[in-house]
Design a protein around this ligand. Structure first.
Ligand code: 2AM
Ligand code: CA
Ligand code: CA
Ligand code: CA
Length: 267
């Protein structure tokens, strides 16, 4: 295992331990609101601190960007960690055991290492650039479906951008009519990991942040899938509008979504 992936795994496991311990008594966890429908807890922050500590202990010069603490600038700009200590906080606070720790490393702007860890199931998804993707050490691959018919897609609702709900519903409908079913499980990082593992056939969501998708994106790519924005380009890191699937299904998804995008989502 790449030494930096090894550190990422260690960091994810220590965050996972904090999260699982608190989840056992989740009724006692204090929930703050970061704005409407946006929860955060002390556990998010403790988990992020554990990850930052693990990275800084091993690589004191690296930069880190995390959901809760923002940018921790290091002296070395070539190495940037992108972390979401708890992806699926809404599930966590509701007592639904489906959430993950997401840690990615970019080297000179390119995704290089990725970990998505589901601490409840003990599922560790990892990828290193050019080396494939694994689940608990076993190789995983994106399902190479040729069409949407029979597919199950994961998605997320635009909880923060409710002004996009109408467009979203139109896209949802266009895709839903062709697929077997849809899943809205509540963790974008796990949605992407599940695409990588072939558990779902594709994923789309709008308005996500870099820490939601960075690790999952590398998992999907290393597992033989594609990740694009809503028009097949590579603006998804900026726009947060993301589609992931096998090359052929992704192409069909984009075609079906296209009539419903409007100007705002054409990126
Ligand atoms: P978070 O738990 O780290 O905030 C799924 O739609 C994604 O959106 C998740 O990865 C989740 O990341 C984020 N999210 C933030 N607030 C949400 C909410 N109220 N409902 C669902 N997802 C939310
Ligand atoms: Ca959050
Ligand atoms: Ca998140
Ligand atoms: Ca989070």
């Amino acid at each position: 295992m790449h030494p930096m992936l090894n550190i990422a795994v260690r960091a994810a496991r220590s965050a996972g331990n904090i999260i699982v311990r608190s989840f056992e008594q989740v009724d006692k966890v204090e929930v703050e609101s970061k704005g409407s429908n946006d929860f955060v807890t002390n556990v998010d922050k403790l988990a992020e601190q554990a990850i930052v500590d693990a990275i800084q202990k091993a690589y004191p010069t690296h930069s880190i960007i995390g959901e809760e603490f923002g940018v921790v600038q290091g002296s070395d700009d070539d190495y940037q960690w992108i972390i979401d200590p708890l992806d699926g906080t809404t599930n966590f606070v509701k007592g639904i055991p489906h959430f993950a720790v997401s840690i990615a490393l970019k080297v000179k702007g390119k995704l290089d290492q990725a970990v998505v860890f589901d601490p409840i199931r003990g599922e560790l998804f990892t990828a290193s650039r050019g080396k494939g993707a694994q689940l608990n050490g076993f190789r995983i691959r994106v399902k190479q479906n040729k069409e949407l018919t029979g597919a199950v897609l994961a998605t997320g609702f635009p909880f923060k951008q409710k002004h996009h709900m109408a467009s979203y519903m139109n896209m949802f409908q266009a895709l839903f009519m062709k697929t077997a079913d849809m899943r809205r499980a509540g963790s974008a990082a796990l949605d992407l990991a599940y695409v990588a593992a072939g558990r779902v056939d594709g994923f789309f969501e709008l308005g996500l942040k870099p820490w939601d998708t960075a690790a999952g994106e590398l998992l999907v790519i290393e597992a033989g899938g594609l990740v694009t924005d809503f028009v097949g380009g590579h603006n998804h890191t900026k726009s947060g509008n993301i589609v992931a699937s096998s090359p052929r299904v992704l192409k069909e998804m984009l075609k079906d979504m296209r009539p419903h995008l409007g100007d705002a989502l054409s990126k």
